[in-house]
Design a protein around this ligand. Structure first.
Ligand code: CU
Length: 237
């Protein structure tokens, strides 16, 4: 093969390689969930109000049958995302409307509020007061074998945050069966808790209940995809 032909093959292969890189990068960027900014949603230093939903099936998008978290933007609009910009050293008051059914825990440790911190004392994690409020009642532990079990958790291991979310009765006629966001007229539990953001940084959070039905051990699909059962708290200074 002559020099020109070899150069031709080289540049053809280079072009294909660059094309594949660009395609992969665009696919990755295109699949990243949007970020909702709470950086200036309230006066500096005032608590951020973070309103979330958990639903049994998001009903729209690429995976309509996947379980998902949703985020309410400061203007009231609901978005299927799990990524937020939140100011540093700021209290975050979370209100979580839980519309999904639950099951007993495989690991009862995840029923403890704030217990996800590595090496931390049970119940004394990053949740302020070590308590969550379930339908107006303060609780430190949720028994996964009582009621309708636990649907999901909101857990940020780096911040010592674990909040178990009790499920609702999946056989009820009021179970949410429409595309998210679920209306407040549908059966749901209201869970509230607060935590304080640390210095700036990116903190991964996720659900620790293997809720990815039909995936290996329940840990694939929505459990392994940002925007559904996992995301990032981007703490900005
Ligand atoms: Cu989950």
């Amino acid at each position: 093969m002559g020099r020109t032909a070899r150069l031709g093959v080289f540049f053809s292969l280079l072009g294909i390689a660059i094309g594949l890189c660009v395609f992969t990068a665009m696919a990755w960027i295109g699949s990243a969930p949007p970020t909702v900014s709470f950086a200036s949603s309230q006066p500096k230093g005032a608590p951020v109000q973070l309103h979330l939903q958990t639903v049994g099936a998001i009903g729209t998008g690429a995976h309509p049958d996947w379980v998902s978290y949703l985020t309410q933007e400061p203007d009231g609009h609901w978005v299927g995302t799990t990524e937020w910009d939140i100011p540093a050293s700021t209290v975050v008051d979370v209100t979580l409307d839980e519309y999904d059914s639950g099951s007993p825990l495989r690991n009862e440790y995840l029923g403890l509020v704030g217990a996800a911190t590595v090496g931390g004392a049970p119940g004394e994690g990053g949740v302020i007061g070590g308590l969550e409020n379930v339908n107006g009642k303060a609780v430190r532990v949720v028994d996964g074998y009582s009621g309708n079990g636990i649907a999901h958790t909101f857990s940020v291991p780096d911040l010592g945050i674990n909040v178990p979310l009790p499920g609702v009765d999946g056989s009820s006629s009021k179970f949410c069966s429409e595309p998210a966001p679920c209306p407040t007229s549908a059966l749901h539990n209201v869970i509230t808790f607060s935590f304080k953001t640390p210095a700036s940084g990116v903190y991964r959070w996720q659900c620790f209940i293997p809720c990815g039905l039909s995936y290996l051990y329940g840990n694939g699909g929505p459990m392994a995809t940002a925007g559904y059962m996992a995301g990032f708290i981007k703490v900005v200074s």
